[in-house]
Design a protein around this ligand. Structure first.
Ligand code: S3P
Length: 173
């Protein structure tokens, strides 16, 4: 159904979009792209610095602009987007235009485990409560939007890394 399409990975911070995306791209022999990396390069600043110096609204504008360019690209790629990308309504059709949209959803326990020592995600460094509570609170709002944006959802909480890679690859092969 998605034969020959690009892959677009969405999901919460720590869901595995970047690491799984890189491995899937290697297997498919196509480039791996990441909107956070592209924005950091264009701005000459880390995501943390962009949030601190220019604010979240500026970052969200940069995300939409970057996605627009990618959606128009004729070549095939694996794309990982920031966890907040599917939130803007205008971004959701652009994600679909860019490729087969896969929602990586490993569950809160796995997310908490992977994000425990993170210092690079500004959204998890602000607000009240434990890390688990923050993830739960943000995910409650985002999960329906991730589902709406996605063609396919993969629960990658229990399966091995390579099993997930193979599932992603076979969807577009
Ligand atoms: C964000 C996720 C981050 C990054 C920024 C905001 C979010 O990307 O874009 O910190 O709103 O969920 P990852 O999902 O790759 O961590």
């Amino acid at each position: 159904m998605f034969h020959g399409k690009s892959v677009v990975l969405i999901g919460f911070m720590g869901a595995g979009k970047t690491s799984l995306g890189k491995a899937a791209a290697r297997t498919l022999h196509i480039p791996f792209l990441d909107t956070d990396d592209m924005i950091e390069q264009a701005e000459g600043m880390s995501i943390n610095e962009i949030f601190a110096k220019k604010g979240e609204a500026y970052f969200r504008e940069a995300e939409t602009r970057t996605l627009q360019e990618l959606a128009d690209r004729p070549d095939r790629f694996v794309l990982s987007v920031g966890g907040g990308m599917p939130l803007r309504e205008e971004n959701r059709p652009l994600l679909r235009k860019a490729g087969c949209v896969i929602y990586l959803n490993p569950g809160i326990d796995a997310l908490e485990e992977r994000l425990r020592y993170d210092t690079q995600r500004p959204l998890l460094r602000q607000g009240e409560g434990t890390l688990y509570e923050k993830i739960e609170r943000i995910l409650q709002v985002r999960d329906p939007l991730y589902r709406e944006a996605a063609d396919v959802m993969i629960d990658n909480g229990k399966e091995s890394f390579m099993e997930t890679v193979n599932r992603i690859v076979s969807l577009v092969s």
